[in-house]
Design a protein around this ligand. Structure first.
Ligand SMILES: C[C@@]1(CC(=O)O)C2=NC(=C\c3[nH]c(c(CCC(=O)O)c3CC(=O)O)Cc3[nH]c(c(CC(=O)O)c3CCC(=O)O)/C=C3\N/C(=C\2)[C@@H](CCC(=O)O)[C@]3(C)CC(=O)O)/[C@H]1CCC(=O)O
Ligand SMILES: NC(=O)c1ccc[n+]([C@@H]2O[C@H](COP(=O)([O-])OP(=O)(O)OC[C@H]3O[C@@H](n4cnc5c(N)ncnc54)[C@H](O)[C@@H]3O)[C@@H](O)[C@H]2O)c1
Length: 198
C-alpha cells in the first residue's frame, strides 16, 4: 500500500496572515472552507475582479480586498499563500515567489505546486479531524468528511470537557494520571468499518 507522508498540523490562522490570489470560483471555495473552520482567519485577497459573494463574505469576516493584479509585493507579511487565478503562469509565479521567500504556498487543485494541501475538515466543538488522500482523490476526502460528521456524536465536546475536568481532579504523577485516563476511556472505542467498494 502507498503511504501518505504528509505531516498534519493545525494552524492558528487567526494569528497568521494568509493571502489568497484570485477572486473567482476557486477562491470562493477555498475562502468558504477556510472561514467555515476558522471564522477569524486573517485573510487578504488580491485580484482585479472579485465575485460578489466574496465581497459579501469579506465584509462579514473582515477580509482585506485588494483590487489589483498579483505582484510579489503583496506577499510581504504573509505566512501562507493560496493561488487560485485562471492564469497558470501567474499561479506558478506565485509559487516560485513564495519558495524564494520561504512562504508556505498552495496552488489550488495543482498538487505539484503545493507545499501543503487543504483537507476535508470535521469540526465538533473542540474536536477537529482533518482528512487527506495525499492529493489522490478529493472526492474521497469529501465523502470521508461526511462519514465522520455523521458518526462522531455532536456532543463529543462533552467528553472532551468532562475528561478535561476529570484530569484536573487526578492525583499522582504523570504516568498514574495517564493510566487512569486510559482506564476510564477504554470502553469508548468500538469497531465500525467504512465500505471500500462502490
Ligand atoms: C478536501 C478539499 C478541501 C478544499 O478544497 O479546501 C479538497 N478538494 C475538495 C473537493 C474537490 N476538489 C475537486 C473535486 C472534484 C472531483 C475530484 O477531482 O475528486 C472535489 C470534490 C467535490 O467537489 O465534490 C477538484 C480537484 N481538487 C484537486 C484536483 C487536482 C488533482 O487531483 O490533481 C482536482 C481536479 C481538478 C480538475 O479536474 O481539473 C486537488 C486538491 N484538492 C484538495 C482538497 C487537495 C487534496 C486533498 C486530499 O489530499 O485529498 C488538493 C491536492 C489541492 C488543494 O486544493 O489543496 C475539498 C473537499 C471539501 C469537503 O467537501 O470537505
Ligand atoms: N471552478 C472550478 O471548480 C475549477 C475546478 C478545477 C479547476 N479549475 C481551474 O482553476 C482556475 C480558476 O478557476 P475559477 O473558476 O476560480 O476561475 P474564475 O474565472 O472564476 O476566477 C479567476 C480569478 O483570477 C483572477 N485573476 C486573473 N489574473 C489574475 C492576476 N494576474 N492576479 C490576480 N488575480 C488574477 C480573476 O480576476 C478572477 O478573480 C482555472 O484555471 C480553472 O480551470 C476550476
Amino acid at each position: 500500500m502507498e503511504r501518505n507522508e504528509l505531516y498534519p498540523v493545525f494552524l492558528k490562522v487567526n494569528a497568521l496572515n494568509t493571502l489568497i490570489v484570485g477572486g473567482g470560483n476557486v477562491a470562493l471555495e477555498k475562502l468558504t472552507f477556510m472561514l467555515k473552520s476558522s471564522p477569524n482567519a486573517q485573510i487578504t485577497m488580491v485580484a482585479p475582479i472579485f465575485r460578489p459573494d466574496i465581497i459579501a463574505l469579506s465584509e462579514k469576516h473582515g477580509i482585506r480586498i485588494i483590487e489589483d493584479v498579483y505582484d510579489a509585493k503583496y506577499l510581504i507579511g504573509n505566512h501562507v499563500v493560496i493561488a487560485t487565478t485562471d492564469d497558470i503562469d501567474v499561479n506558478v509565479q506565485v509559487y516560485y515567489d513564495c519558495k524564494e521567500r520561504s512562504i508556505l504556498v498552495n496552488v489550488a487543485d495543482n498538487p505539484p505546486y503545493c507545499d501543503f494541501y487543504m483537507g476535508g475538515i470535521v469540526t465538533k466543538g473542540n474536536v477537529k479531524i482533518a482528512i487527506s488522500t495525499n492529493g489522490q482523490s478529493p472526492t474521497t476526502a469529501k465523502r470521508l468528511r461526511q462519514f465522520f460528521e455523521d458518526v462522531i456524536p455532536d456532543d463529543v465536546d462533552q467528553l472532551v470537557q468532562n475528561l478535561n475536568r476529570y484530569r484536573d481532579t487526578l492525583k499522582g504523577n504523570f504516568e498514574e494520571k495517564v493510566k487512569q485516563l486510559n482506564e476510564v476511556t477504554k470502553s469508548l472505542v468500538s469497531r465500525k468499518k467504512i465500505k471500500t467498494q462502490l
